[in-house]
Design a protein around this ligand. Structure first.
Ligand code: ATP
Ligand code: MG
Length: 233
């Protein structure tokens, strides 16, 4: 029987992919810079820059996860406006995909809630960037937020590759990646980090998906929960 893939080897591979791109493009520039037009040089520099952003993203994800599982995440609750946070995250994350139809539908949210806005923003970025990564840039994404009896729910819906029923139970495990993600970069740490963050707030994450059709991820944040000054995971 085939050996299961070592997650650290997979992660190293993911980190090496953008690094190889950077290395190959930079070597090409060094060897051929005099023969390339200004536009060709700019194109290559831009591809190097994009690969370095991707590398940075991967490293940030690993660092955040390592912090959360080693020393614990510190929760710093303050009052914040949930609508402003959701709108800002959606605007910032989707700005580089101008052809993507994005609907932000916000209903009856309280003006302020108590929670850690930096961590909750990180959780929403993780879920929204998954929706963008696993669906093509022309497919719509809908972000819906509302007050429910259990608290605030933020739902991110995409029409992307979806998740197979056999992968669904494992998504919150660190390093786990769906069988249909081979052509997409990633560490498999994002959702486990988001799950830690929501659990710290007394909430949770629900995922509903059909392979080949799309995915809906719901972040649940109870409204009454957080009163302490600092909590440690
Ligand atoms: N919107 C989505 N559509 C399809 N699959 C998804 C979606 N969100 C999560 N998944 C599945 O859940 C897995 C775990 O997601 P997670 O965000 O933890 O890791 P990742 O996206 O693979 O990598 P990274 O840690 O870099 O974000 C993914 O590999 C993918 O199989
Ligand atoms: Mg991800």
């Amino acid at each position: 029987m085939a050996q299961p893939l070592d997650p650290v080897a997979l992660l190293a591979h993911q980190l090496k992919t953008p690094l190889s791109t950077i290395s190959a493009l930079a070597q090409g520039l060094i060897r051929r810079a005099e023969r390339l037009s200004a536009k060709e040089v700019r194109d290559r520099a831009e591809r190097i820059w994009r690969a370095s952003l991707r590398l940075n993203e991967l490293i940030e994800m690993v660092l955040s996860y390592t912090r959360s599982s080693a020393g614990g995440i510190l929760l710093n609750p303050t009052e914040f406006n949930p609508e402003a946070l959701i709108r800002r995250v959606c605007r910032e994350q989707t700005s580089h995909e101008p052809s993507r139809p994005v609907t932000v539908d916000i209903q009856t949210l309280p003006r302020t809630v108590v929670g850690d806005p930096i961590l909750l923003e990180q959780a929403l970025v993780i879920v929204l960037s998954n929706a963008m990564k696993y669906s093509s840039a022309e497919r719509p994404i809908t972000v819906e937020a509302r007050s429910a009896p259990e608290g605030i729910s933020i739902q991110v819906k995409d029409e992307g590759i979806g998740i197979s029923a056999r992968d669904l139970p494992f998504l919150m495990q660190p390093f786990f990646r769906g069988h249909n993600t081979k052509n997409y970069p990633g560490t498999g740490l994002g959702l486990s980090l988001a799950w830690h963050i929501l659990r710290l707030h007394g909430g949770g994450i629900e995922i509903d998906s059909r392979e080949g059709h799309g995915t809906t991820v719901t972040l649940m944040i109870p409204e009454k929960n957080i009163t302490g000054a600092v909590d440690v995971l």
